[in-house]
Design a protein around this ligand. Structure first.
Ligand code: PEP
Ligand code: MG
Length: 591
């Protein structure tokens, strides 16, 4: 890597923020694992067993620390890795191979791990693909132990630092939580990996997937990461440094402004109130949701409870979790969505067969209606927990009226069973429908008749309206939130909801994008629900625009033919009409 030349790399934005600092490489020097012959296999086996025990111990200790600092949800990652390190059949096989082949333990372990990783890599099941990361993580740790290599640590660092590594284990992020001005860039990892999830949850700016460069840049080099845009700069020129310093100043200024908005409500310039709620995957996000000034939780994705494990959570476990979420939100509204499994999310134990087209397959409410033994305990746990707060229940992926009728029937059965058991619950918990399939938007009138509220899931509504897989990076240009067809479906849903006097919220990513948010406000949406990181910015957006103008803009946009025409028009209007927002537009995370 040339010492001085400026180089700019595009990675994946994993967690927002900008760090201009000095690189600290955490890479293990040599990743080569060669088939070294060994003279004394029994001795090698002893060394291997000792190393495995040490890896297990470290993982357990890190899990405990994570539990103290982040809550129990993340501990599952470590539990999964301890299970891998303890796998008797696997470890016995390694011992047999060492004895037979008389080769070093690190080579044989690595070789076995690669075979499994290759197999998992071919799997269509996201749960199994996630396990790949865990196996890789355990293998790296073990090889490091066997080779006597120590990762560089973060001790003794001063000033702004960007940690670089091919991959960081979630445990590596722990020391980062107590330092400010720290971020990281990794060679591999996807936007929904554990690593990205934890970085966001800890508010550590991060760029992932920058490739080999994360391994080649040496400690001490000057670097910049831009977690909003996924940009990684090595050896920035004085001009680039100046530019990013200015950007950082604007970022700090914006953060100060947003702090002042925390206790303020989100009202437009012409006094229309828009509720800003937060989406959560894990209950440990609640303190941040409250600190960000959200007026409630607009979407709790309960399926995350089982995504890192093999079985469904029990009734008791769910009751405890939902009650605690409701209590911690202290009477603020909490919308809990029933399991949206399928598509790219399935617990190991769900017994899903192979599906050629999982997003058009056995997903969400379709699974729940087919599996009352999973659905009913969830509904009952929700009903039982309802007395601890302000709960609404939301049903994902409704595509026809029969499904809603079937849900209503089961919901009533659950209530009746609880009554017969003399269990306490609130009788009038609102039950709402997600509008995320075009057919639901088109029959919104009839759904609204039996629904207490609507929430539009634009992430899915876009993919199903435009036939564009939301997770396929090759199609990202075709995944268009402002596509007129998509906007028309939202408009139709809003009209149906309002004509029946029910509220409509939007909980997809479109709500966190300034142009998207303004279009949604203009279309008449009552509530926007976004991740806690976007709550402040969204309040600023709402307070900087007028409903009247936004409605005019949305109506005008609906007359246009294409996503890009609408985007150009909206950018132009925002720049001219809402100058307060020009500083905000840069600080939105974009994939
Ligand atoms: C959506 O589809 O927009 C949504 C909020 O749900 P999810 O992203 O969990 O599918
Ligand atoms: Mg969805």
């Amino acid at each position: 890597m040339p010492a001085e030349k400026e180089m700019i790399f595009q990675g994946i934005p994993a967690s927002p923020g900008i760090i201009i600092g000095i690189a600290r490489s955490l890479n293990i020097d040599s990743e080569d694992v060669l088939p070294q012959p060994i003279a004394d296999p029994e001795n090698e086996i002893r060394t291997f067993k000792l190393a495995i025990d040490q890896v297990k111990k470290t993982l357990e200790e890190t899990g405990k620390k994570i539990n103290q600092r982040l809550g129990s949800e993340f501990v599952r990652i470590f539990e999964a890795q301890v299970m891998i390190a303890s796998d008797k059949v696997w470890n016995d096989n390694i011992v047999i191979r060492i004895r037979k082949e008389k080769l070093c333990a690190e080579y044989i372990y690595h070789d076995e791990a690669q075979k499994v990783i290759r197999r998992l890599g071919e799997s269509k099941d996201a749960y199994l693909r996630e396990r790949m990361q865990d196996i890789e993580s355990v293998t790296h740790r073990l090889i490091g132990r066997l080779k006597g290599e120590k990762r560089a640590t973060l001790k003794g660092l001063r000033g702004s630092t960007v940690v670089l590594a091919r991959y960081l284990y979630p445990g590596d992020l722990l020391p980062l939580t107590i330092r400010r001005n720290l971020g990281f860039a990794t060679g591999i990892g996807g936007p929904t990996s554990h690593l990205a999830l934890i970085a966001k949850s800890l508010s550590i700016p991060a760029v992932i997937g920058v490739g080999e460069v994360a391994e080649r840049v040496k400690s001490g080099a000057r670097v910049i990461i831009d977690g909003y845009k996924g940009v990684f700069v090595v050896n920035p020129s004085p001009e680039t440094v100046r530019r990013f310093k200015k950007l950082k100043e604007s970022e700090n200024q914006l953060k100060r402004q947003l702090t002042q908005l925390k206790s303020k409500s989100a009202v437009t310039l012409d006094k229309k109130n828009i509720e800003i709620m937060a989406n959560i995957e894990l209950p440990n996000e609640i303190p941040k949701v409250l600190a960000a000034g959200a007026s409630g939780i607009g979407l709790y994705r309960t399926e995350y409870m089982f995504l890192t494990r093999l079985e469904f959570p029990t009734f008791e476990e769910q009751y405890k979790t939902y009650s605690s979420v409701l209590r911690r939100m202290g009477g603020k509204p909490v919308v809990i969505r029933t399991f949206d499994m399928g598509g790219d999310k399935f617990p190991g134990a769900a017994g899903k067969g192979f599906e050629l087209n999982p997003f058009l397959g056995w997903r969400a409410i379709r699974v729940c209606l087919d599996r009352p033994e999973v659905f009913k305990p969830q509904l009952k746990a929700l009903l039982r927990a309802s007395r601890w707060g302000n709960l609404s229940i939301m049903i994902p992926m409704i595509s026809n009226y029969e499904e809603l009728a079937a849900v209503r029937k089961i919901f009533e059965e659950c209530k009746q069973e609880l009554r017969e058991q003399k269990k306490i619950f609130k009788e009038n918990v609102p039950l709402g429908v997600m509008i995320e399939v075009p057919s639901a938007a088109l029959i919104a009138d009839s759904l609204a008749g039996d629904s207490d509220f609507f929430s539009v899931g634009t992430n899915d509504l876009i993919q199903y309206t435009l036939a564009v897989d939301r997770g396929n990076e090759f199609l990202s240009k075709l995944y268009q939130s402002y596509h007129p067809a998509h906007l028309m479906l939202i408009k139709k849903s809003v009209e149906a909801a309002h004509s029946r006097n029910i509220k409509l919220s939007v909980c997809g990513e479109m709500a966190a994008d300034p142009i998207g948010a303004i279009l949604l406000i203009g279309l008449g949406v009552d509530t926007l629900s976004v991740s806690f990181q976007s709550v402040g910015i969204l309040k600023k957006i709402v307070r900087s625009v007028s409903y009247r103008e936004s409605r005019r803009m949305a109506e005008h946009a609906l007359q246009m033919r294409t996503n890009s025409e609408i985007e150009r028009y909206m950018k132009n209007e925002i720049e001219n009409r809402f100058p307060d927002l020009n500083s905000v537009m840069r600080f939105v995370m974009r994939g």
